[in-house]
Design a protein around this ligand. Structure first.
Ligand code: FAD
Ligand code: UDP
Length: 390
């Protein structure tokens, strides 16, 4: 069968591009070197029948009605608001830091009228705010920084917060109320039958063919496609000609506990100062599954291994820009997604960026773009432009 577009990667970015292109009559071949769909959002049942996320906990949240509506074509939802506690000595306290975090840590009785004065008394004003250290010291001062952010960040990234862009720690706000949810987005829900079921429906289109366990670099010669959409690491596409772009990896240590209905009181507990792992997540909180046992995952960050996170800091952005300059010269290749755009995207941002990328490919291939189509609208959350030719 003729292939109009080859999509490399069956994660959120690749699957959404493929669905959008197939919906406009193009023949799309999706390849992934892994033996499953879903990319890092893939989920599956473990040997004990508990639905787990092999690549770490994936909690869906978005402020975009459009992205939520789009995905709702492929899944029903289970409402779920994620809660996280962080261990500080013997205490388990809410993260993001809120009034209760401060009261329980210091034995205080602050409320919504007095909490800001407390933060004003301990914060270390920073100007300009360039690094993750600046963000946290500027908001809550040194003691809370040391207890909750410094050690966690050093473990997660192998870097001090002073070496990381402000945008990393800025993902976690400081609250002047008692809201103990990890996210405050308008839409917070998990796919009712899981992510893999969602991906199956996304990719189950007449115009889409799927080949798993296939590495693009080994098959590119045998496929003639008018356009390629690449969602893998951008430096890999260029054989790391300017040197390796740093990505952070994680070793996931999964464990099943038999005859244990619940292991911990919330979905995730963070360990900012103890142990080599950053956090433990118990999947049953997230999925709502009922089971006599429970399955958990510990995350051990590491430099080597599968690329999971771009590492936001100025020198990496500068290296990325060199690869981006090559990418911008490509006539028939579009780069989209967390690894290809080197952006710390959440899942919804990948969906938004992929819709935009699909519109570009359609225009490039001479297909008319409907003015009311999703990708023709601005993409909330997709903060960096998709790498496209101007
Ligand atoms: P990926 O999912 O990485 O997909 C890229 C695919 O391309 C992979 O399957 C890969 O095998 C394939 N590929 C790469 N190179 C090749 C090649 N040469 N040939 C063939 N195939 C190739 N987001 C949230 O919104 N909420 C969360 O709670 C959340 N938690 C996360 C927790 C962790 C531990 C991690 C790592 C990420 C988390 N994310 C979360 C982010 C989320 O995983 C990403 O935003 C999203 O899954 C990225 O989708 P993608 O398609 O861009 O990339
Ligand atoms: N962070 C921290 N302590 C925490 C939670 C987060 O220091 O208890 C910092 C850390 O640098 C982390 C970043 O904030 O990498 C972003 O946290 P988030 O939970 O968004 O990370 P992700 O879920 O993407 O791994």
């Amino acid at each position: 069968m003729k292939t109009d577009v080859l999509v490399v990667g069956a994660g959120f970015s690749g699957a959404v591009v493929a669905e959008q292109l197939a919906g406009r009559g193009l023949n799309v071949l999706v390849v992934d070197r892994r033996d499953h769909i879903g990319g890092n959002a893939h989920d599956r049942h473990d040997a004990h029948g508990v639905l787990i996320h092999p690549y770490g906990p994936h909690i869906f949240h978005t402020n975009s009605q459009r992205i939520f509506d789009y995905l709702s074509q492929f899944t029903s939802w289970r409402p779920y608001e994620h809660r996280v506690l962080a261990r500080a000595g013997e205490l388990l306290l809410p993260i993001p830091i809120n009034i209760d975090t401060v009261n329980r840590l210091y034995g205080l009785d602050l409320d919504e009228r007095t909490i800001q004065a407390f933060f004003d008394g301990v914060r270390e004003p920073r100007h300009p705010i360039r690094t993750s250290e600046d963000v946290v010291l500027n908001a809550v001062g040194r003691d809370l920084y040391e207890r909750f952010f410094r050690g966690y960040t050093r473990k997660q990234w192998g870097l001090d917060p002073s070496e990381l862009a402000a945008s990393v720690a800025a993902r976690v706000p400081t609250r002047v109320n008692r809201d103990d949810r990890y996210f405050t987005d308008t839409f917070q829900a998990m796919p009712l039958e899981g992510y893999t079921a969602l991906f199956s429906r996304l990719l189950d289109q007449p115009g889409i063919r799927l080949e798993l366990g296939v590495d693009f670099f080994r098959m590119r010669q045998r496929i003639k496609a008018s356009h390629i959409v690449f969602t893998g690491p951008v430096d890999a596409y260029y054989a790391q000609c300017y040197g390796a772009l740093p990505y952070r990896s994680i070793r996931f240590e999964h464990e099943h506990l038999q005859d244990t209905a619940q292991y911990q009181s919330v979905g995730t507990i963070n360990y900012p100062t103890d142990f080599d792992y950053t956090r433990i997540t118990e999947f049953k909180h997230v999925t709502g599954q009922v089971h006599s046992g429970t399955s958990i995952v510990r995350e051990f960050p590491q430099a080597e291994g599968e690329p999971y996170y771009p590492v936001p800091r100025p020198e990496n952005e500068a290296l990325f820009k060199r690869y981006e300059a090559l990418a911008l010269k490509e006539r028939d290749v579009t780069f989209v997604g967390r690894l290809a755009q080197y952006r710390y995207y959440n899942m919804d941002q990948c969906v938004g960026a992929a819709m935009k990328a699909a519109e570009y490919v359609l225009q490039k291939l001479g297909r008319r773009v409907a003015p009311d189509s999703p990708g023709a609208q601005p993409v909330p959350g997709a903060d960096a432009p998709v790498i496209l030719r101007p």
